[in-house]
Write a protein that binds this ligand. Structure first.
Ligand code: SF4
Ligand code: F3S
Length: 392
């Protein structure tokens, strides 16, 4: 395969000030993000070097442009390197210099050639077709036209993938996800509010290297990014296992970096690689910053995961009907008994004494039973209260 310009990507990037060492370092990093063996890094480098820039049309509908902001802050290569190298960003309303008919023509020309990727940001407002238009076309029509002949669709952010905030009740605009409008084209959902730009980069690299999208889960999310729960790889997990919880914002437990579960963290119900990939060039992520996960990468998160600062013991989770408390109990019990509590995520084995884990699991189970009784209005005063059990 010969690149469009006849020059390898590394050479083109060198012309943009990115030396070969940085290029190879990027290839090694992205191979790790994709959870591929390190031995495949040279193959990734070779494939990227030889590939033609991939034509990309980026559409924005009902969104806040947060995913575009995340994309613009992708770390290495920078967005400028990406545009110059791996992809040809032929249409993006927020960042393109063309306007009016010239912009629409650029989009239409790319669609006519086919083989492009369509990146979608935002939900589709089917309930107000005449109120959300670009160039006189409704969002629905623009989307239908753009995916003709496309190699695939990448939905960036939870709004495009699941409807997100616009689709939250009472959903006044009739917002729907992309897959409710178009089909017949491979779809990848990169959920999150916003998308993690490293996961977007990795997905594109996988496509350029192997000619297909990475393996997906039941919600069309790449397993490399959504195969584990936040809770399984969280830096505060040891405190959860030890029963050390922040009870109030700014209390000693919060200042000490203890688990945020009692302050509403939805990590036990959320699948995403935030703890390992992080944001803003790997600087930080919500829990590291002292704020619980709000479950932004899960279906219906705005309705199902709020209020964000309350424990939600009855929140529904992806693909299995367990509550957050039951998951916590299941994880502890699974660690103690050596089997996984569900078939979706991987349970991390922690080196905690089995007796202590069994005791903690029993305490969680006892408290969950007590809270359920309280919620049913039948709990007796003082039975299995919040102040007993996990707090040391
Ligand atoms: Fe981390 Fe939240 Fe799990 Fe606590 S509940 S260990 S803060 S993901
Ligand atoms: Fe979202 Fe939770 Fe990650 S809120 S960004 S899935 S830590």
């Amino acid at each position: 395969m010969t690149s469009e310009s006849g020059r390898p990507l590394s050479v083109r990037l060198a012309g943009a000030g990115v030396d070969r060492r940085s290029f190879l370092k990027f290839c090694a990093g992205i191979t790790a993000t994709l959870a591929l063996p390190a031995q495949l890094a040279p193959r990734v480098a070779y494939a990227l070097d030889q590939a033609d820039p991939l034509p990309v049309i980026w559409l924005e509908f009902q969104d806040c442009a947060g995913d575009t902001e995340a994309f613009l802050r992708s770390r290495n290569p920078t967005v400028g390197d990406l545009i110059l190298g791996m992809i040809s960003l032929d249409y993006h309303e927020t960042v393109m210099s063309a306007a009016g008919e010239a912009a629409e023509k650029a989009r239409d020309d790319t669609v006519a050639r086919g083989g492009h990727l369509v990146v979608v940001e935002g939900s589709i407002p089917l309930g107000i077709p005449g109120s959300c238009t670009v160039g006189g076309q409704s969002a629905e029509n623009i989307l239908r036209d753009a995916v003709r002949g496309a190699a695939g669709i990448i939905n960036v952010g939870t709004c495009a993938a699941f409807g997100g905030i616009p689709a939250a009740g009472p959903n006044p605009t009739g917002a729907v996800r992309v897959e409710d409008v178009v089909g017949g084209v491979p779809v990848v959902n990169l959920t999150g509010c916003p998308v993690n730009a490293d996961n977007l980069t990795a997905t594109i690299v996988h496509y350029l290297t192997f000619g297909e999208f990475p393996e997906l889960d039941g919600f069309s999310r790449p397993r490399f990014a959504y195969g584990e729960r936040i809770h399984d790889t969280c830096q505060r997990r040891g405190h959860f296992d030890a029963g050390q919880f922040a009870e109030k914002w700014g209390d000693e437990g919060h200042r000490n970096g203890w688990c945020l579960y009692r302050l509403g963290c939805k990590g036990p119900s959320t699948f995403h690689n935030c703890p390992s990939v992080r944001f803003n060039g790997g600087t930080s992520w919500p829990v590291a910053a002292g704020h619980g996960c709000v479950g932004c990468s899960e279906p219906g998160f705005w309705d199902n995961m709020s209020p964000f600062y309350d424990r939600l013991p009855h929140v529904a989770t992806s693909g299995f009907d367990l509550t957050a408390d039951q998951i916590g109990i299941g994880v502890l019990a699974a660690t103690a008994t050596g089997f996984a509590s569900h078939g979706v995520g991987k349970v991390v084995q922690h080196k905690v004494a089995a007796r202590r884990e069994k005791k903690a699991a029993a305490e969680l189970a006892e408290r969950a039973d007590s809270e359920e009784e309280t919620e049913n209005g039948s709990a007796s005063a003082g039975a299995g209260g919040e102040e007993t059990g996990e707090t040391r």
